[in-house]
Write a protein that binds this ligand. Structure first.
Ligand code: URA
Length: 425
């Protein structure tokens, strides 16, 4: 077989056979297929798509390209969760300990942020000492001991995805359903959990811009999971505005701590409880929303979070420390009305430029910077009231403030945002 012939086949809109897909992925993981040919193939897939069979073959070929975790030594139904990415998405920081606080094992492999989207690993690393690298043995032992571990993807787990994802990032081939579905599901399958909750974000700040595309991605991933006997459900969630109040690593940890002390905004608190209910249900545990919410008020979820921080080397004395960003700039409402739009993409990029995110993989993060919104879509505001605070290390000049203000839309009619749009089983 020759890679060039397979690129041409896909470029011309033909289906690749199972054997051809395995050959390509195996060759890529071993370094026999070079990046430049893989980028051409990714672009051909971008334009010509893949059949259900091809997507399934690609997923399983990627699963086989590296290590696979065997979690059978952990009793019970092991659960995992994955978001397709967003702005201010600190859900895992709260959801994982919340579910684990009901004695359900959460064995979670998370990712880093890139561009306007944030990543759970970066948020966790804003806690002094927190280690995201764990061997398979350490990962299993921690879940056995305390029911929760959130770690990074090792070099060996789904090796082909690790290489391909980095390549897609720099070749404009991320936002295409077969490549997202195979990337997400190969990691979830290889990481070994029995039950998987997929949070498929849709809107301005997400890879999927329309509900139709989000539904198709969800259906594809749910079917991939079910085909290998993993209980899988997808929840399509809104990413037209940032999630919750904070964007930025330390600021999001602080918001997560607030939520786990019953002090979060009602909308995000309720949303996370709904996700927890679905995840618990996958593990065969039925709880009412009130029972779940109670663990965010009585400290059970927070205790679980602290146990994880301690188990992964984090410094509990540093946990509640406020952001040390040098400047905090208040942004005021220019008129009275209701917030009608806070575009997630724009604010994600704004926070990235403050140092909270990476433009390229090698960028160093500033954990302390970001944005905290006092007002969200649907909230009423009075002229002159604080809408948000910008945490930066350099003074925000009038141009920076104007750039922020121009993305805040205030109208006369109240709009009611909906966090969960639909569930695909
Ligand atoms: N998250 C992933 O893990 N992979 C993608 O392709 C997109 C989001």
């Amino acid at each position: 077989m020759r890679t060039v012939d397979l690129i041409q086949k896909k470029r011309d809109g033909k289906e690749l056979s199972t054997e051809e897909i395995y050959w390509l992925i195996d060759g890529y993981a071993k370094g026999d297929v070079p990046d430049y040919q893989m980028s051409a193939l990714a672009m051909a897939i971008y334009f010509k798509g893949m059949s259900t069979r091809e997507t399934s073959d690609l997923t399983m070929a990627m699963v086989g390209s590296g290590q696979q975790f065997d979690l059978s030594a952990i009793p019970g139904i092991k659960t995992d969760k994955h978001s397709t990415g967003g702005v201010g998405d600190k859900v895992t920081l709260i959801l994982a300990p919340l579910v684990a606080s009901f004695e359900v094992p959460v064995a979670k492999m998370s990712g880093r942020g890139l561009g306007h989207t944030g990543g759970t690993l970066d948020k966790l690393e804003s806690i002094k000492g927190f280690q995201i690298e764990r061997s398979e043995e350490e990962f299993i032992k921690q879940v056995q001991d305390i029911n929760i571990a959130v770690i990074g993807q090792s070099d060996q787990l789904v090796r082909a995805d690790k290489l391909l994802y980095a390549l897609r990032d720099v070749t404009a081939t991320v936002d295409i359903i077969p490549l997202i579905a195979s990337s997400v599901m190969s990691k979830k399958i290889a990481a070994g959990s029995d039950a998987i909750l997929l949070d498929v974000t849709v809107g301005d700040g997400a890879f999927m811009k329309t509900i139709e595309d989000a539904k198709q991605l969800s259906r594809t991933m749910v079917d991939l999971g079910k085909a290998v006997n993993r209980q899988t459900i997808a929840v399509i969630t809104d990413m037209s505005q940032p999630l919750g109040r904070a964007i930025g690593n330390r600021l999001e940890v602080l918001e997560a701590l607030d939520i786990m002390q019953g002090r979060g905004r009602e909308d995000i608190t309720h949303f996370i409880c709904e996700l927890a209910q679905l995840m618990l249900d996958l593990a065969g545990v039925t709880k009412s929303l009130d029972e779940i919410k109670e663990h965010l008020v009585n400290g059970r979820a927070l205790d679980k979070f602290k146990q994880m921080v301690l188990a992964q080397g984090g410094d509990l004395d540093d946990l509640f420390r406020p952001s040390t960003a040098a400047c905090v700039t208040e942004v005021y409402a220019e008129k009275t009305g209701y917030i009608t739009a806070l575009p997630a993409l724009e604010f994600g990029l704004y926070a990235m430029r403050l140092g909270a995110g990476r433009a390229v993989k090698t960028d160093l993060l500033d954990f302390e910077t970001g944005i905290v919104f006092d007002k969200k879509v649907g909230d009423s505001v009075e002229e002159g009231e604080i809408i948000a605070k910008i945490y930066s290390n350099e003074k925000i000049d009038s141009k920076g403030l104007t750039n922020f203000q121009k993305n805040v839309t205030i109208g006369e009619e109240k709009v009611i945002p909906k966090e969960i749009i639909t569930i695909i089983r």
